[in-house]
Design a protein around this ligand. Structure first.
Ligand code: G3H
Length: 253
């Protein structure tokens, strides 16, 4: 059985004091880390202090992106090597906002995923289709191609350790959620793509999240589906109470 993974993506929200306050409140909650993996993907400027603040707790810390090179003249960027040095465990790669606003491509996603593993970071690899692509029945083709591009050249062991986040772009921050059945169908297609490329054992082990307007009211149904192993959550991860409800749903799934 795959352990659910609930990751909050804070995007460009919170000040440092708000972030620390959130973590202090969260640490007091009863969450069983043997039943659910809890991750907070915070703005890069907080990562150092959040790693310290979450030390010895059930919460792991993730970054929201990284550069594929170890170091260099890349103004404003942060490398996997630097994230590892801070004690960060996860990194979101290829979020649709990065693809849309920062020109990330399947090729750069592939390089970043490879670099993440070279630095002992677990990538949360985001894939998803636009509304137009969905209306043209292109969802499975688009998403499968994104998955294969991101995983190309990885060892079976690394593919198995990857987390894939299926996030239909039209559902992000809009309040529109894919139905649990639709989301499950695409997650199943992702698993079948991985099965074709890397075999049954890998496909059965890799964890696939759904993301896009996930909240306490809809997470249980999403997690009840066979191929959905967790959630990548934006808005509903910003308040302690709702994030804890999401973690509890993961714990009980
Ligand atoms: O990374 C998270 C996703 O973009 C979903 O964001 P949302 O839960 O606010 O729709």
């Amino acid at each position: 059985m795959r352990k659910p993974i609930i990751a909050g993506n804070w995007k460009m929200y919170k000040t440092l004091s708000e972030a620390k306050d959130f973590v202090e409140q969260l640490k007091d909650k009863q969450v069983d880390s043997s039943k659910v993996d809890a991750v907070i993907c915070a703005p890069a400027i907080f990562l150092d202090q959040l790693v310290q603040a979450t030390n010895d707790s059930f919460v792991a810390v993730g970054a929201q992106t990284m550069h594929e090179e170890k170091e260099g003249a890349f103004t404003g960027e942060v490398s996997g090597h630097q994230l590892q040095d801070l004690g960060v465990s996860y990194v979101v790669i290829g979020h649709s906002e990065r693809r849309q606003y920062f020109n990330e491509t399947d090729e750069s996603v592939q390089q970043k995923v490879k670099a993440a593993f070279e630095n002992n970071l677990t990538p949360i690899i985001c894939v998803g289709e636009t509304l137009e692509q969905r209306e043209q029945n292109e969802t499975v083709n688009i998403v499968s191609a994104q998955v294969m591009a991101a995983l190309e050249g990885l060892s079976e062991e690394n593919v198995e350790a990857s987390v894939i986040a299926y996030e239909p772009i039209w559902a992000i921050g809009t309040g529109k959620t894919a139905t649990a059945d639709d989301a499950n169908e695409v997650c199943q297609a992702i698993r079948e793509t991985i099965l074709d490329g890397f075999g049954e054992e890998v496909a059965n082990s890799v964890r696939i999240q759904y993301g896009g307007s996930v909240k306490p009211e809809n997470i249980e149904e999403l997690l009840s589906k066979e191929h959905i192993d967790g959630a990548l959550v934006g808005g509903a991860s910003l308040q302690v109470d709702s994030f804890v409800k999401l973690l509890e749903a993961g714990q009980n799934a």
